[in-house]
Ligand binder design. Sequence first.
Ligand code: COA
Ligand code: AMP
Length: 629
Amino acid sequence: MGAYAAAYERSISDPTRFWGLAARDIRWLVPPDRVLDDGAPPFYRWFTGGELNTCDNALDRHVDEGRGDQPALIYDSPVTGTVRTYTYRELTDLVARFAGALRAQGVDVGDRVVIYLPMIPEAVIAMLACARIGAVHSVVFGGFAARELAARIDHARPKAVVSASCGIEGARLVPYKPLLDEALELASHKVERCVIRQRPQLHADLVRPRDVEWDEAVARAEPADCVPVAATDPLYILYTSGTTGRPKGVVRDNGGHAVALRWSMENIYGVGPGDVFWAASDVGWVVGHSYIVYGPLLTGCTTVLYEGKPVGTPDAGAFWRVASQHRVKVLFAAPTAIRAVKKEDPNGALLSSYDLSGLDALFLAGERLDPDTYQWAADRLGRPVIDHWWQTESGWPMAANPRGLEPLPVKPGSPSVPVPGYDVRVLTPDGAPAPPGVDGDIVVRLPLPPGALTTLWQDDERFVESYLTRHPGYYLTGDGGHIDEDGYLWVMGRTDDVVNVAGHRLSTGAMEEVIAAHPAVAECAVIGVRDPLKGQVPRALVVLKSDADADGAVLRDQVVRMVREQIGPVAALKDVAVVRALPKTRSGKILRGAMRDIADGREAPVPATIEDPAVLDELRPVLRPRPAS
Ligand code: COA
Ligand code: AMP
């Protein structure tokens, strides 16, 4: 049996022993009594009785063990012309000071702190500072609009918000503070304190006494030590898009998270202490949480925080420049980013100007990796390109080619095999195991391994209903696909109303809610359609009220603007079609799945419950995949 097969078998047959051994890589303040607490299914807890501090494991511990002078964080920002390195000692001091500042603002163990920051070191510092004092952070991606930020503030009910005067999106300055002020106006929860990082590019107006400047807060603060927390205490809440407009607050614990991420760095990514790891994502997404911040730092790696884009900052050689300049060993990006690079530099001419001898592998995730993009990257880089599959809920890969354990043959289009800990299965709609090669719901048999979500924030019921009810005893991933004869997983796409735009997960339901509020709109549906650059883009189909006197072009502009202003630019809705009717079942349910099939070019049978097949036929030309622009 190979190293992967052996590890996988052990992880499934004896998870307690497997994860108990992995937990030895974490510095516990009180060792756990139990590895897996399975006393109250479908809820499972890892490392009960244990106490630790995640920030201690990410920072102080490495200083104590002699890594104080090693770079912990490299901030590389082509948009401001800055490259700055922080050693483990420096980062520990900065985090301890900011933790003290948060505490002085009234933040205590268990309090929530919303972080709405661009890709600047303060984002990492604020996250770790929360972990240090046992506060629960909830980072909100900067591309979301005020209304989305307000919804998260109302749900998480934070004691404080940490934000900045602006973000920089390529050549565009994005003022964050007016968005925050608007969100605080919209929210019914009253936030007592906002800590604002004033960036030199833009000065924000402060609302005193609520707002305090970062520098001011830190100057007055006493450094705070790490607080012991229970392994099962929440480390963070990260909101992700569900099928409705109401985002889901995924809760991550401290103990399981630390153990799983530490294990994943060596066994999946093949990196260890001292290596340079770069996840070209954003701290607002799960990839940023797990592999810009926690995974690399828990492992004693050097992590790169990149404030820039794959193209345009300044060109399509940006990734190769950063990888070469900082001797990156593993680069992690989204397929969209590689497609953007490929579009601008199809022959990879810019690649040849950089020394990439330190680069071992490119990992890609966040959306399906199409075989063309895989082949382009593999040919140009001449090193392993690894597709891996996971989601906000899992927090770390569920399927991958486990390079650290044992590199397996690559099958382009498949993220390879289930990762140890994840008992991945494919079930038919009636719950039977799907034979090899047959598509069905991709599920994971319970218990989920350490590091995966433990529940939804203050909503155990929604957790059970969303993930654990459809197939009792299994976690529903929301993805469909199959497992082939060799045990490789093929993820074909979401089975629900979630779209993946440029590696960003968005809810079509949320967009529909916004569009439905337009006075001329009778009803609407938003579906994801294939896009050659972004993987998927949203397309809105709008039916007007019979008495609406709306000009199609004006309505389209209004709808696009409403979605941008209420959800955020990241929703990237540009495509709005006014149609006569939407296909429905006889009971009035809109047939989104049937429209998705047509939009994706799938020849699926028309549902038997359809009220009027002519409506769907009429929509075919609107829905069909568009040729590459
Ligand atoms: N703050 C404010 N606005 C943001 C933002 C942020 N953090 N991130 C994105 N936006 C805005 C963009 O400026 C853009 O606005 P525009 O419509 O005015 O141009 C819009 O949201 C859409 O952004 P994006 O999806 O990034 O598209 P793009 O056309 O600007 O760039 C790519 C295309 C391919 C370069 C870009 O999508 C990309 O880098 N993708 C990789 C994504 C990724 O790493 N995902 C992480 C998951 S692993
Ligand atoms: P998010 O929660 O934002 O990370 O989005 C997770 C979703 O992205 C998954 O449920 C999948 O639909 C999709 N996804 C992520 N990685 C992959 C991959 N390697 N292949 C196919 N789909 C992926």
